[in-house]
Design a protein around this ligand. Sequence first.
Ligand SMILES: Cc1cc2nc3c(=O)[nH]c(=O)nc-3n(C[C@H](O)[C@H](O)[C@H](O)COP(=O)(O)OP(=O)(O)OC[C@H]3O[C@@H](n4cnc5c(N)ncnc54)[C@H](O)[C@@H]3O)c2cc1C
Ligand SMILES: NC(=O)C1=CN([C@@H]2O[C@H](COP(=O)(O)OP(=O)(O)OC[C@H]3O[C@@H](n4cnc5c(N)ncnc54)[C@H](OP(=O)(O)O)[C@@H]3O)[C@@H](O)[C@H]2O)C=CC1
Length: 483
Amino acid sequence: MEDAEVFTYAVIGGGIAGVTCAEHLYILDPEARTVVITASGLIKAVTNVLPITKTLDMFDVEERLPEQLENECPNITVVKEPVTRLNAGDQIIYTTSGRKFSYKKLCICSGGTPKLISNNHPSVLGIRDTESAQQFQERLGKAQRILIVGNGGIATEMVYEVTGVDIIWAVKDKHTSATFIDPGAAEFFKPELGKDKIESNQPLKRRKYTVDGSQTQYGHIGGALGPDWHSGLRLSSDLKRKVTIEYQVEVKNIFSHEELINSGKSCCKLKEEPLDSIWPVYVELSNNKIYGCDFIVSATGVVPNISVFQDGNNLRLGSDGGLRINESMETSLSNVYAAGDVCSPSWEPAQHWFQMRLWTQARHMGSYAAKCMYSSLANEEIYMDFAFELFSHATKFFGYKVIILGLFNGQKLEGKYEILLRFTPGLEYIKCVMADGKMQGAILIGETDLEETFENLILNQMDLSQYGEDLLNPDIDIEDYFD
Ligand SMILES: Cc1cc2nc3c(=O)[nH]c(=O)nc-3n(C[C@H](O)[C@H](O)[C@H](O)COP(=O)(O)OP(=O)(O)OC[C@H]3O[C@@H](n4cnc5c(N)ncnc54)[C@H](O)[C@@H]3O)c2cc1C
Ligand SMILES: NC(=O)C1=CN([C@@H]2O[C@H](COP(=O)(O)OP(=O)(O)OC[C@H]3O[C@@H](n4cnc5c(N)ncnc54)[C@H](OP(=O)(O)O)[C@@H]3O)[C@@H](O)[C@H]2O)C=CC1
């Protein structure tokens, strides 16, 4: 074997998936040496875990210095360098400085990169890590109007958090936030966009470190930001929300002012905007409207970071470009596992589970991958983790607690489902997706306290047909009823 540094386990990536995987390898196999190789100067750690249901935890995500992981788990060595190549045949990892690492078991947790509407346009910005969030903040400080493309997590949080500038929100769908919620919930949230922001006095729970130049020299491959990413930004002191939504559109063209003039097309003016205003960039939407703005935020999903692993390796990829993994988290390469945003599960999933690239799944996958790696070396049998029985996600949108469970938007049901709804404006929105009298999924907005009961009802598939619409009758305490 080449003159490589020898480890039992190697983990590539210092995000939630990689750090969770390394921590669990330490618990399972404390004598074995593990190397974590990460391109980011800071690593992520999950803290203050508070279980709220069997599959759902609330937790904080901290950015930490790698030394802290080494102190807590003495078998772990953290190497702060990007991986440049993997020789899966000889089980060797190469990094930028020419170092080589051999492993018996490797887990790739290299996350994703923003999938942008244009990769080389200077006015198009994506948000992924601390560095890109800082760039966003700098540009926002000088902006009067931005255009946000995308209808998922980042766009939904951004239109609520960013005030004091005009926002044009261009969404593909008939309703907003379609990745996470249904049209009814979007209506529930709509009034919030017309309200001014209330300044929060809550202190930040997440510890922040400054990443110095040497740590960012490797470019745009830091760990993904998390739940409170916007609270670290210094946003405007003007707390007015000014959001214009364009539905069912995509971006058709991006112009400079000169190109706009030459095209002979004219652009839309917002109320009180001078007719002769000139913008750094113009965006033509598929409904033919053209808006001028300072810059464009492309919040249009992620692409898995796989390119450095492909050279010389016969990697099988999923349809979304992620590393295909089987039910033991193994990729198509021998002794190579993957977890988190970089992977695409290819096993037949449980009826109520599917992949979404989220913290919770990165954490579950990281810990399960560690179990799979260890039990393969120890020749022990392993069963699929319970976390993959039910899709569940807890977050906050527009200031409300949001819990989504199972087939919350009727996914996989091919339209053969009914909806039960309880809806009190400004207070709560409860939707159950029912098929054959059994609960398949739910969206819970507000302090409903129903997550545990509904999780049980989805998992145990109890026949609820006799209760009909009473299932959501506010006069019946269903929590007590089904406990
Ligand atoms: C702005 C934003 C807000 C979000 N908010 C939420 C939220 O509220 N709730 C939620 O559930 N999810 C949220 N997410 C998604 C969540 O952050 C990700 O799903 C999760 O962090 C993925 O973790 P990961 O470990 O798989 O990848 P990452 O966190 O992306 O980590 C990948 C790691 O791999 C390293 N790496 C990459 N390439 C190489 C290489 N060649 N060599 C060495 N190291 C490499 C990187 O440096 C990094 O350390 C958010 C994401 C963003 C961008
Ligand atoms: N609170 C939370 O849970 C948060 C989670 N996140 C996570 O962070 C990651 C990145 O967030 P984000 O970028 O918002 O990704 P998401 O996957 O959440 O959303 C991407 C959105 O962009 C749309 N889209 C994709 N391509 C285009 C296009 N060319 N033109 C217009 N729209 C397009 C998608 O539509 P379609 O689906 O139809 O392709 C989808 O609505 C995701 O994994 C997300 O889950 C981020 C912030 C908050």
